[in-house]
Design a protein around this ligand. Structure first.
Ligand code: ZN
Length: 69
């Protein structure tokens, strides 16, 4: 049984957790509407991005990033 793993929001790339929460144009629109700016992606996994966003991000956004994810 084949399962379509293409992101249903953009229909462009595989729906990985990093794509869903960071890379997708829909996700970037959500970040911009929430914080006024998008978040840059990282090499690796969503866990790598989350760690960087929480531990190296602006202190004002830490709780919001945790809450939104
Ligand atoms: Zn997408």
């Amino acid at each position: 049984m084949d399962i379509d793993v293409t992101c249903p929001m953009c229909n462009l790339l595989p729906e990985t957790s990093l794509h869903l929460f960071v890379d997708c144009t829909f996700a970037q629109d959500c970040w911009r509407k929430t914080f006024g700016a998008g978040y840059a992606s990282v090499e690796g996994t969503f866990a790598c991005w989350f760690d960087k966003a929480v531990n190296n991000g602006q202190s004002d956004n830490k709780e919001d990033v945790v809450m939104l994810c």
